[in-house]
Write a protein that binds this ligand. Sequence first.
Ligand code: ADP
Ligand code: MG
Length: 246
Amino acid sequence: MDIIQLENITKYYGDFKVLDNISLNIKKGEIISIIGPSGSGKSTLLRSLIQLEKINSGKLIVENTIIFDNNKKIDKKLKKDILLKMGMIFQNFNLFPHKTVLENVCEPLILVNKTDKKEARKTAIDLLKKVQMDGKENNYPDEISGGQKQRVAIARALALNPDIILFDEPTSALDPELVNEVLNVIKNLADGNITMLIVSHQMNFVKEISDRIIFMDKGKVLTIDTPKNIFSSENKRINDFFSIIK
Ligand code: ADP
Ligand code: MG
C-alpha cells in the first residue's frame, strides 16, 4: 500500500520554483532517504509533506486521505487527524527550554491526546528508555548534550505514535562523536511498520538504512532508486555530489 502519494507537487517562494512538479509514491514501512545539493528543496519537500509549507499545485495524499489538492475541497477534520500521525525531527531539536526532558515528552500526550498526567508520565518514561535517555528525565535541555537533545526530540515525536516520521538533517548540528548515538536510535526505529523519510548527509548511514534513496536537484526528483543503484550511478550530477560530500 502506498502511504504517501505525491502528484505533480509544485511550490514557489515568490517567483522561485522550489519544488518542480514532484511525483512519487512511498509504501508503508519504507525507509526513504533524501539526498542532494544544498538548496535543492529537500527541507521544503519534508515541510510541505507535513504542511508547514503551503503547496501551490498538485495533489498530496497520505494514508488515502487528500491533504492537498487544488481542485478538490479538503475534509479539514480528516486532514488534521492524518497530520497528527506524522512527526518531524529538525536539525536544531526544537525542545522547550523551560521544560524538563520528561515534560517535553509528556507535552504532546497531555495537550494533543488529552492523556491524564500520570499516564502521560508513564508513557514518556517508556519512550525515554527506548531512546536510552532514562536517568535524565528531570534534566533541562541545556543540561544535556546535543545528541541527547535529539534523542529526546525523537521520543517526543514518538509520543503520538506516528505512522510516518520525517527527519531533516537530524545529526548535522551535532559534534561528530555524537552523530552515531542518534543514527543508532533512528536505525532501531525501523521496524517495517513505521515509514521514515530522512534527509541526511551521512552517506554510510543512508546506504545502510534506506530501502530507496531520492536524489533531488534544483527542486526536482532526479532519481529514486535503491542504495546499490544510486551509489553506482553513472549520472554526472549524482557523482559530482558524491565527490563534494566525501
Ligand atoms: P535544502 O534543504 O535542499 O538545502 P531548502 O528546501 O531549504 O533546500 O531550500 C530550497 C531553496 O529555497 C533554496 O534556494 C532556499 O534558499 C530557498 N528557500 C528556502 N526557504 C525559503 C523561504 N522561506 N523563502 C524563500 N526562499 C526559501
Ligand atoms: Mg535543508
